[in-house]
Design a protein around this ligand. Structure first.
Ligand SMILES: C[S@@+](CC[C@H](N)C(=O)[O-])C[C@H]1O[C@@H](n2cnc3c(N)ncnc32)[C@H](O)[C@@H]1O
Length: 274
Protein backbone atom coordinates (compact mmCIF):
# COMPACT_ATOMS: atom_id res chain seq x y z
CA UNK A 1 0.00 0.00 0.00
CA UNK A 2 1.05 3.55 -0.56
CA UNK A 3 2.74 5.12 2.43
CA UNK A 4 3.13 8.68 3.53
CA UNK A 5 1.18 11.72 2.41
CA UNK A 6 -0.06 10.13 -0.83
CA UNK A 7 -1.74 7.17 0.83
CA UNK A 8 -5.09 8.28 -0.62
CA UNK A 9 -3.90 7.25 -4.05
CA UNK A 10 -3.06 3.69 -3.10
CA UNK A 11 -6.28 2.06 -4.25
CA UNK A 12 -5.80 3.65 -7.64
CA UNK A 13 -2.37 2.11 -7.99
CA UNK A 14 -3.53 -1.39 -7.07
CA UNK A 15 -2.09 -3.99 -9.43
CA UNK A 16 -3.27 -7.15 -11.06
CA UNK A 17 -0.85 -10.04 -11.17
CA UNK A 18 -0.47 -10.20 -14.93
CA UNK A 19 1.83 -13.03 -16.00
CA UNK A 20 5.18 -11.67 -17.16
CA UNK A 21 5.87 -11.64 -20.87
CA UNK A 22 9.25 -12.65 -22.19
CA UNK A 23 8.85 -11.66 -25.82
CA UNK A 24 7.37 -8.56 -27.33
CA UNK A 25 4.90 -9.39 -30.09
CA UNK A 26 4.99 -7.42 -33.29
CA UNK A 27 3.37 -4.01 -33.00
CA UNK A 28 -0.34 -3.76 -33.57
CA UNK A 29 -1.45 -1.34 -36.24
CA UNK A 30 -1.95 2.24 -35.17
CA UNK A 31 -4.99 4.20 -36.38
CA UNK A 32 -6.83 2.24 -39.03
CA UNK A 33 -8.72 5.10 -40.53
CA UNK A 34 -8.59 8.84 -40.64
CA UNK A 35 -12.11 10.02 -39.96
CA UNK A 36 -12.90 13.70 -40.24
CA UNK A 37 -11.81 15.79 -37.29
CA UNK A 38 -8.55 15.77 -35.40
CA UNK A 39 -9.97 14.01 -32.36
CA UNK A 40 -12.08 11.41 -34.11
CA UNK A 41 -11.65 8.05 -32.43
CA UNK A 42 -9.78 5.46 -34.45
CA UNK A 43 -9.29 2.47 -32.12
CA UNK A 44 -7.06 -0.43 -33.04
CA UNK A 45 -9.19 -3.35 -34.16
CA UNK A 46 -8.28 -5.42 -31.11
CA UNK A 47 -8.94 -2.54 -28.75
CA UNK A 48 -12.61 -2.14 -29.56
CA UNK A 49 -14.66 -2.01 -26.44
CA UNK A 50 -15.74 -5.24 -24.83
CA UNK A 51 -19.21 -5.07 -23.25
CA UNK A 52 -17.77 -4.34 -19.78
CA UNK A 53 -14.34 -3.13 -20.85
CA UNK A 54 -12.84 0.32 -20.82
CA UNK A 55 -13.39 2.68 -23.74
CA UNK A 56 -10.70 2.44 -26.42
CA UNK A 57 -8.09 5.18 -26.52
CA UNK A 58 -8.74 8.19 -28.70
CA UNK A 59 -6.09 8.00 -31.41
CA UNK A 60 -5.78 11.45 -33.00
CA UNK A 61 -5.91 11.11 -36.74
CA UNK A 62 -2.66 12.12 -38.43
CA UNK A 63 -1.17 14.02 -35.48
CA UNK A 64 1.70 16.21 -36.67
CA UNK A 65 5.05 16.22 -34.88
CA UNK A 66 4.96 18.79 -32.11
CA UNK A 67 8.77 18.93 -31.82
CA UNK A 68 10.55 17.61 -34.94
CA UNK A 69 14.08 16.46 -34.09
CA UNK A 70 13.65 16.82 -30.32
CA UNK A 71 15.56 13.58 -29.73
CA UNK A 72 18.31 14.09 -32.31
CA UNK A 73 20.89 15.18 -29.71
CA UNK A 74 20.67 11.74 -28.09
CA UNK A 75 22.09 10.18 -31.24
CA UNK A 76 25.30 12.20 -30.96
CA UNK A 77 28.13 11.48 -28.59
CA UNK A 78 28.99 8.55 -26.37
CA UNK A 79 26.36 7.07 -24.10
CA UNK A 80 28.60 7.68 -21.05
CA UNK A 81 27.97 11.37 -21.47
CA UNK A 82 24.24 10.77 -21.03
CA UNK A 83 24.74 8.39 -18.11
CA UNK A 84 26.53 11.21 -16.28
CA UNK A 85 23.89 13.73 -17.29
CA UNK A 86 20.80 11.62 -16.50
CA UNK A 87 22.05 9.95 -13.34
CA UNK A 88 24.00 12.82 -11.78
CA UNK A 89 22.89 14.08 -8.35
CA UNK A 90 22.09 17.61 -9.54
CA UNK A 91 19.14 16.32 -11.55
CA UNK A 92 16.02 16.57 -9.40
CA UNK A 93 14.47 13.31 -10.60
CA UNK A 94 17.72 11.54 -9.70
CA UNK A 95 18.16 13.23 -6.33
CA UNK A 96 14.49 12.51 -5.44
CA UNK A 97 14.30 9.07 -6.96
CA UNK A 98 13.32 7.45 -3.66
CA UNK A 99 10.36 9.85 -3.24
CA UNK A 100 9.11 9.10 -6.73
CA UNK A 101 9.58 5.35 -6.31
CA UNK A 102 7.67 5.45 -3.00
CA UNK A 103 4.78 7.21 -4.75
CA UNK A 104 4.56 4.42 -7.33
CA UNK A 105 3.51 1.89 -4.67
CA UNK A 106 5.51 -0.86 -6.35
CA UNK A 107 4.83 -4.43 -5.34
CA UNK A 108 6.07 -7.87 -6.30
CA UNK A 109 4.62 -9.31 -9.53
CA UNK A 110 3.70 -5.95 -10.99
CA UNK A 111 4.28 -5.29 -14.68
CA UNK A 112 5.79 -1.83 -15.10
CA UNK A 113 6.74 0.07 -18.25
CA UNK A 114 9.63 2.52 -17.87
CA UNK A 115 8.69 4.49 -20.96
CA UNK A 116 11.63 6.52 -22.22
CA UNK A 117 13.94 4.60 -19.92
CA UNK A 118 17.03 6.46 -21.14
CA UNK A 119 20.14 5.01 -19.50
CA UNK A 120 18.08 3.15 -16.89
CA UNK A 121 17.97 5.63 -14.02
CA UNK A 122 14.70 4.05 -12.85
CA UNK A 123 14.68 0.74 -14.71
CA UNK A 124 16.69 -1.38 -12.32
CA UNK A 125 15.12 0.00 -9.14
CA UNK A 126 11.75 -0.82 -10.66
CA UNK A 127 12.97 -4.32 -11.51
CA UNK A 128 14.15 -4.92 -7.97
CA UNK A 129 10.83 -3.73 -6.55
CA UNK A 130 8.63 -5.96 -8.73
CA UNK A 131 10.86 -8.98 -8.14
CA UNK A 132 11.52 -12.10 -10.18
CA UNK A 133 7.83 -12.72 -10.86
CA UNK A 134 7.25 -9.20 -12.08
CA UNK A 135 8.38 -7.54 -15.27
CA UNK A 136 9.81 -4.19 -16.32
CA UNK A 137 9.60 -3.09 -19.91
CA UNK A 138 12.43 -0.62 -20.56
CA UNK A 139 11.14 1.27 -23.57
CA UNK A 140 13.09 3.78 -25.62
CA UNK A 141 13.64 5.08 -29.16
CA UNK A 142 17.35 5.91 -28.99
CA UNK A 143 19.50 3.02 -30.28
CA UNK A 144 22.54 3.68 -28.06
CA UNK A 145 20.33 3.85 -24.97
CA UNK A 146 18.68 0.56 -25.93
CA UNK A 147 22.15 -1.03 -26.30
CA UNK A 148 23.19 0.38 -22.94
CA UNK A 149 20.03 -0.99 -21.30
CA UNK A 150 20.73 -4.43 -22.77
CA UNK A 151 24.30 -4.34 -21.45
CA UNK A 152 23.12 -3.23 -18.02
CA UNK A 153 20.46 -5.92 -17.97
CA UNK A 154 23.12 -8.57 -18.63
CA UNK A 155 25.64 -7.15 -16.16
CA UNK A 156 23.04 -6.93 -13.41
CA UNK A 157 21.49 -10.28 -14.32
CA UNK A 158 18.11 -8.55 -14.40
CA UNK A 159 16.15 -11.27 -16.15
CA UNK A 160 12.84 -9.57 -15.35
CA UNK A 161 13.74 -6.60 -17.59
CA UNK A 162 12.64 -6.63 -21.23
CA UNK A 163 14.18 -3.95 -23.44
CA UNK A 164 11.69 -2.64 -25.99
CA UNK A 165 12.54 -0.61 -29.09
CA UNK A 166 9.69 1.84 -29.52
CA UNK A 167 9.03 4.20 -32.38
CA UNK A 168 7.99 7.84 -31.99
CA UNK A 169 4.30 6.97 -32.37
CA UNK A 170 4.05 3.65 -30.55
CA UNK A 171 5.50 2.16 -27.36
CA UNK A 172 5.24 -1.33 -28.88
CA UNK A 173 3.97 -2.94 -25.68
CA UNK A 174 1.60 -5.88 -25.46
CA UNK A 175 -2.08 -5.07 -25.16
CA UNK A 176 -3.62 -4.70 -21.68
CA UNK A 177 -0.49 -6.09 -20.04
CA UNK A 178 0.94 -3.25 -17.95
CA UNK A 179 -0.04 -2.25 -14.41
CA UNK A 180 1.95 0.98 -14.29
CA UNK A 181 3.60 3.15 -16.93
CA UNK A 182 6.16 5.72 -15.80
CA UNK A 183 7.24 8.59 -18.07
CA UNK A 184 10.00 10.39 -16.20
CA UNK A 185 11.19 13.49 -17.99
CA UNK A 186 9.94 12.00 -21.26
CA UNK A 187 6.66 13.73 -22.05
CA UNK A 188 8.34 16.81 -23.49
CA UNK A 189 10.43 14.49 -25.69
CA UNK A 190 7.38 12.92 -27.34
CA UNK A 191 7.04 14.05 -30.93
CA UNK A 192 3.49 12.69 -31.26
CA UNK A 193 2.27 12.92 -27.67
CA UNK A 194 -1.38 11.96 -28.07
CA UNK A 195 -0.77 9.19 -30.57
CA UNK A 196 1.96 7.79 -28.35
CA UNK A 197 -0.15 8.11 -25.19
CA UNK A 198 -2.93 6.23 -26.95
CA UNK A 199 -0.49 3.35 -27.48
CA UNK A 200 0.39 3.46 -23.76
CA UNK A 201 -3.32 3.45 -22.87
CA UNK A 202 -3.76 0.44 -25.11
CA UNK A 203 -0.93 -1.36 -23.28
CA UNK A 204 -2.25 -0.65 -19.77
CA UNK A 205 -4.62 -3.09 -18.18
CA UNK A 206 -8.05 -1.66 -17.24
CA UNK A 207 -7.52 0.39 -14.09
CA UNK A 208 -3.77 0.62 -14.79
CA UNK A 209 -1.85 3.74 -13.82
CA UNK A 210 0.12 6.29 -15.80
CA UNK A 211 2.56 8.54 -13.92
CA UNK A 212 4.10 11.52 -15.67
CA UNK A 213 7.03 13.39 -14.15
CA UNK A 214 8.07 16.46 -16.08
CA UNK A 215 9.39 19.99 -15.77
CA UNK A 216 7.19 22.78 -14.51
CA UNK A 217 6.87 25.41 -17.20
CA UNK A 218 5.81 28.84 -16.07
CA UNK A 219 6.39 31.74 -18.50
CA UNK A 220 6.96 34.05 -15.52
CA UNK A 221 9.31 32.00 -13.37
CA UNK A 222 10.90 29.18 -15.39
CA UNK A 223 14.46 29.53 -16.63
CA UNK A 224 14.97 30.26 -20.31
CA UNK A 225 16.20 26.75 -21.09
CA UNK A 226 12.94 25.28 -19.76
CA UNK A 227 10.83 27.76 -21.71
CA UNK A 228 12.65 26.91 -24.93
CA UNK A 229 13.00 23.15 -24.35
CA UNK A 230 9.74 22.16 -22.67
CA UNK A 231 6.77 22.61 -24.98
CA UNK A 232 3.81 22.52 -22.61
CA UNK A 233 3.01 23.36 -19.02
CA UNK A 234 1.35 21.03 -16.55
CA UNK A 235 -2.23 22.10 -17.31
CA UNK A 236 -1.75 21.55 -21.05
CA UNK A 237 -0.13 18.17 -20.44
CA UNK A 238 -3.03 17.13 -18.22
CA UNK A 239 -5.52 18.17 -20.91
CA UNK A 240 -3.62 16.22 -23.58
CA UNK A 241 -3.48 13.09 -21.43
CA UNK A 242 -7.19 13.30 -20.60
CA UNK A 243 -8.02 13.80 -24.29
CA UNK A 244 -6.75 10.28 -24.97
CA UNK A 245 -9.13 8.78 -22.39
CA UNK A 246 -7.14 8.75 -19.16
CA UNK A 247 -8.73 9.85 -15.88
CA UNK A 248 -6.79 12.29 -13.72
CA UNK A 249 -6.00 10.89 -10.28
CA UNK A 250 -3.85 13.48 -8.53
CA UNK A 251 -0.36 14.72 -7.86
CA UNK A 252 2.60 12.97 -6.33
CA UNK A 253 5.41 14.24 -4.15
CA UNK A 254 5.99 17.98 -4.37
CA UNK A 255 9.27 18.72 -6.13
CA UNK A 256 10.61 22.14 -6.98
CA UNK A 257 11.50 21.81 -10.69
CA UNK A 258 9.16 18.96 -11.66
CA UNK A 259 5.56 17.92 -11.13
CA UNK A 260 4.35 14.35 -10.69
CA UNK A 261 0.88 13.57 -12.05
CA UNK A 262 -0.99 10.27 -11.87
CA UNK A 263 -3.71 9.10 -14.23
CA UNK A 264 -5.72 5.93 -14.54
CA UNK A 265 -7.06 3.97 -17.46
CA UNK A 266 -10.79 3.47 -16.78
CA UNK A 267 -11.92 0.01 -15.81
CA UNK A 268 -15.09 0.28 -17.86
CA UNK A 269 -17.15 -0.89 -14.93
CA UNK A 270 -19.93 1.38 -13.75
CA UNK A 271 -19.72 2.83 -10.24
CA UNK A 272 -22.85 0.87 -9.31
CA UNK A 273 -21.04 -2.43 -9.87
CA UNK A 274 -18.41 -1.70 -7.15
C1 LIG B 1 15.42 13.18 -20.70
S1 LIG B 1 15.51 11.51 -21.16
C2 LIG B 1 14.84 10.73 -19.70
C3 LIG B 1 15.36 9.32 -19.48
C4 LIG B 1 14.92 8.66 -18.18
N1 LIG B 1 13.48 8.50 -18.10
C5 LIG B 1 15.42 9.42 -17.01
O1 LIG B 1 14.62 10.11 -16.35
O2 LIG B 1 16.63 9.37 -16.77
C6 LIG B 1 14.20 11.30 -22.36
C7 LIG B 1 14.16 9.91 -22.94
O3 LIG B 1 12.97 9.74 -23.70
C8 LIG B 1 13.29 8.95 -24.82
N2 LIG B 1 12.21 9.07 -25.80
C9 LIG B 1 11.89 10.12 -26.57
N3 LIG B 1 10.79 9.84 -27.32
C10 LIG B 1 10.42 8.59 -26.99
C11 LIG B 1 9.36 7.74 -27.41
N4 LIG B 1 8.46 8.12 -28.32
N5 LIG B 1 9.29 6.50 -26.86
C12 LIG B 1 10.19 6.10 -25.94
N6 LIG B 1 11.21 6.86 -25.52
C13 LIG B 1 11.31 8.10 -26.02
C14 LIG B 1 14.64 9.46 -25.24
O4 LIG B 1 15.33 8.60 -26.11
C15 LIG B 1 15.31 9.60 -23.88
O5 LIG B 1 15.89 8.39 -23.48
Amino acid sequence: MLRGPWAGLCVLLACASTPPATEIPPPAPVATSAPAGDEAAAPRPSARRAPQGPPPPVFPANEASVRPGVNDAYRKGPVDRFVARFEGPDREVAAHKSDILAFLDLRPKMVVADVGAGTGLYTFDLAEAVGPDGRVYAVDVTPSFLDHLRTQKAQRDASNVTVVAADPKDAHLPEASVDLALLCDVYHHLEYPRTYLASVYWALRPGGTLVIVDFRRDPKTSPEWVLSHVRAGQDDVRAEVESVGFLYVGEGPPLSQNYVMAFRKPTGESAASH
